[in-house]
Write a protein that binds this ligand. Sequence first.
Ligand code: LEU
Length: 388
Amino acid sequence: MKHLLSTTLTLTALASSYAAAEKVATPIPIGIAVAQTSNTALLGQEQVIGARFAEKYINARGGINGTPIKLVFQDTGGDEAGAINAFQNLITKDKVVGIVGPTLSQQAFSADPIADRAKVPVVGPSNTAKGIPQIGNFVARVSAPVSVVAPNAIRTALRLDPKIKKVAVLYAQNDAFSTSETGTFQQTAKDQGLTVSTVQKFLTTDSDFTTQVTAVLNADVDLVIVSGLANDGGNLVKQLRQLGYKGSIIGGNGLNTSNMFPVCQQYCDGIIIAQAYSPAQPSANNQLFVKEYSAQYKKAPPQFAAQAFTGVQVVVDALKVIDRKKKLGEWELADLRVALNTQILVGKYSTPLGAISFDKEGELQQADFYVAQIKMKDAKTGSFVFLK
Ligand code: LEU
């Protein structure tokens, strides 16, 4: 019995020392957990493109001081369960050094705590709800929060039409980002002296918005502000126009993709959307990024692609600093993850978003923001025109 017990103890000790001694694989695995399926893929698709482009771009320039990176993709789908599953796979099976993801704040509030408990750094590429960096020490984001981005759209709408007085606000009540963003929109509208005549709720799974549109038309407003995601938001705008709404429309961050064009078609025309990225951002790093991206995809990089690229770049830049002090191949995975998180938070980065850094909670510090307006040529083709 005594003998058996000590054997068991030895085996347990061996197993744990084996786990502790786990080294980092090469190429260096970085996890990408975004929506590749479901309606949320309308948004996630651009993130996949941005991340893949970053992998190629970075490896063509020597990766991490000569060691290549390898992105490991796990599809999150559009819900919390999918994001949790993707995170768990990346952490325990794929043994990534850090994770860029998920697509939605709604997913981040469920999945990020898992990475945080496992001491795996997370860089949110598009999570803009209030409270994301505060999820935990291991959570940062390269997507500026609604409080910083959204007010720009209202200021621009008022500049384009100073006669705007009455506003209708609509939001997806089952989505964390949309409820957060509408809070900012409603506050900004009041601060700008506008009257919020009606507030309407919907679900990201809705496709019929007759009730909400009727309420908007009855309220006789000159500006409609929509916080939702791409499919629901697109259908809502389309039905607003089809039922006769003629005034201005602001779309939130969830409508910020040309993948919405097939949904609202010619009715997308004129939507005003604040931007956390512009291809015209003048830094040398951005201009090179834009040049190579445009050469490959025959269009300028959209915001979600640029932010996903930036998320990967931040992880890589931080790893470069660590690698200069002690080669990545000599690190134990668990220790490297912790060191990576520390370095991400103290680093300064020259990215397509301009010069960025993080505060000690992991909140993004970014200087430049923009507003664009959708211009549709016909029912299928359109573009985001940046406004001065
Ligand atoms: N900003 C949104 C969120 O934080 C996601 C984006 C892809 C529309 O949920």
